[in-house]
Design a protein around this ligand. Structure first.
Ligand code: SF4
Ligand code: SF4
Length: 388
C-alpha cells in the first residue's frame, strides 16, 4: 500500500467504502457481518487505514456494523469517516441528536473525518439558509473545537454552479472534498471543473465512485480486447485507478468493495503508484465518447420543440435527465431532478399530442422518451429513502 500525506497524517491511498458491503438474502439492510469482519481485518493487515461510512448506508446499518468491527482494534490504528445526512430537511434541525447517535452507533468518542453528505441541488437552499445549514455547520465546527471531529469536509454531486456557491460560502471551513471522479465523468459530469476549482482553493480531493459503482466494467466490455492489447496485465479497475493517479490533488480514493476478491485485487493495484500515459488517457476518453454515443438520446438542446408544447414542458431538460438516468442505470439524482421541474411539468404531464416531434431536427420521438422517463422514475430504487 502506498500512502498520501494529509496535513500531519499518512492516509492509505485506497480507502474502504462501506456502502456496498456483502449482504445476506440479497437484503440491503442485512449485512453479512462475518465476511465484513474478515474484509476489514484484511484492510488493516494490508495497510488500508481509512474507513468511510454514512448515516443512510445499508439502511442505517453500515455505521453500526463497521463501528462494531473496528471497536476490536486500537482506536489509533484506523481513521473513521462518517457523514451528516442531508437528504431530508428534518435533519437540519436535529444536528445534535444525529451526531450523538452516530458516535454511539460507531462506538467511538470522535470521528477522524466528518462530512456533510452530498451537498447538491436538492439541499443547497437549506445550506444557504443561516437558520438551517448555517446552524448545522456552527454546531459541527463546535464539535471540531471539542475534538469530537478531527477533520471536517463535504461530499457532493452538485452542479458546478451550486458547487461554487457552497464553496464561496463555506469553503474556508472545508478541509477536504469528496467528489464523483473517474475517466468517464471527467467531462460528462464536469468532474474536471470541480478538480480545477478544488486545486485552486487548495482543498484536497477525496474520490468516490472510481469505477462508477462497477458500471465502467460493464460499459467497457466491447472494448476489452483493445484495452488488453495496450495493458495485457490490467483489468478495467486498474485502468480506473491508474487514471485517478494522474489527477492533481487526489489524496484518497474510496472504493465500495463488496467482496473479498475485489478487495484483494484492489490492494494489489495499490502496491505501486503506476499511472496511465497521456495517450492511454486519450484512449479512455475515446471509449467514453463511443459509449455515450451508443446510449444517449442525441438532443442538442436547440429548444425548437418547446414553443409548440401546449403543456410548456422543458423537453431538453427532461431528455438530459433521461440520459443521465440511462447512463447511471438508475441515477440517485433522478427523483429530485424531476421534482425540481415543478408541478404539472414532469414527464407524466405530456399529453402525447406529438406536436413537438415535427420540430425536432434530430428526429427524436419525444413523447416516447418522456414516457420512458416516467417509467424509469417510477422504477427508480432511490425514490424512497430511509428516514430515521
Ligand atoms: S407530445 Fe408531450 S412533449 Fe410533445 S408537445 Fe405534446 S405534450 Fe408537449
Ligand atoms: S428539438 Fe429535438 S434536439 Fe432540439 S431540444 Fe427539442 S428534443 Fe432536443
Amino acid at each position: 500500500m502506498y500512502y498520501n500525506d494529509f496535513q500531519d497524517l499518512k492516509l492509505s491511498a485506497l480507502g474502504m467504502g462501506n456502502m456496498r458491503l456483502p449482504v445476506l438474502d440479497d437484503e440491503k439492510h442485512s449485512i453479512d457481518e462475518e465476511t465484513t469482519a474478515r474484509m476489514l481485518d484484511y484492510c488493516l493487515k494490508n495497510g488500508i487505514n481509512y474507513f468511510d461510512t454514512a448515516w443512510p448506508y445499508h439502511d442505517g446499518n453500515s455505521e453500526i456494523v463497521v463501528g462494531n468491527i473496528l471497536s476490536n482494534y486500537p482506536r489509533d490504528s484506523f481513521y473513521l469517516a462518517t457523514k451528516f445526512p442531508t437528504f431530508d430537511k428534518s435533519y437540519f434541525t436535529r444536528q445534535e441528536e444525529v451526531f450523538e447517535k452516530q458516535l454511539s452507533k460507531c462506538k467511538v468518542d470522535y470521528f477522524d473525518f466528518y462530512l456533510l453528505h452530498n451537498v447538491s441541488g436538492h439541499n443547497i437552499n437549506y445550506f444557504m439558509d443561516p437558520e438551517l445549514g448555517g446552524k448545522v455547520i456552527d454546531y459541527l465546527l463546535k464539535q471540531k473545537e471539542a475534538g469530537r471531529i478531527r477533520h471536517f469536509g463535504f461530499s457532493t454531486h452538485a452542479s458546478s454552479e451550486d458547487f461554487v456557491k457552497f464553496l464561496d460560502t463555506y469553503g474556508q471551513y472545508m478541509e477536504f472534498c469528496q467528489i464523483q471522479l473517474n475517466w468517464f465523468d471527467w467531462e460528462y459530469q464536469d468532474a474536471k471543473f470541480k478538480v480545477d476549482e478544488l486545486n485552486k482553493r487548495g482543498i484536497p480531493i477525496w474520490v468516490m465512485e472510481p469505477v462508477r459503482g462497477g458500471k465502467l466494467i460493464n460499459y467497457t466490455q466491447p472494448y476489452i480486447d483493445e484495452l488488453k492489447a495496450l495493458r495485457p496485465n490490467d483489468e478495467i479497475t486498474d485502468w480506473c485507478f491508474k487514471f485517478l493517479r494522474t489527477v492533481p490533488g487526489v489524496t484518497m480514493i474510496l472504493s465500495g468493495m463488496s467482496n473479498e476478491n475485489q478487495l484483494h485485487q484492489n490492494v494489489e493495484t495499490f502496491k505501486e503508484r503506476d499511472v496511465l500515459t497521456e495517450d492511454e488517457v486519450k484512449f479512455l476518453f475515446g471509449i467514453k465518447d463511443k459509449i455515450l454515443a451508443a446510449k444517449m438520446i442525441p438532443c442538442t438542446a436547440c429548444r425548437y420543440c418547446t414553443d409548440t408544447c401546449p403543456q410548456q414542458l422543458d423537453i431538453p431538460k427532461m431528455i438530459e435527465i433521461y440520459n443521465d438516468d440511462v447512463i447511471a442505470e438508475y441515477a440517485f439524482s433522478t427523483p429530485n431532478a424531476i421534482q425540481r421541474l415543478g408541478e404539472g411539468k414532469g414527464p407524466t404531464d405530456c399529453i402525447q399530442c406529438r406536436q413537438c416531434e415535427s420540430q425536432c431536427p434530430q428526429n427524436i420521438a419525444i413523447p416516447d422518451v418522456l414516457e420512458m422517463l416516467a417509467q424509469r422514475a417510477a422504477d427508480n430504487p432511490f425514490a424512497k429513502r430511509p428516514v430515521r
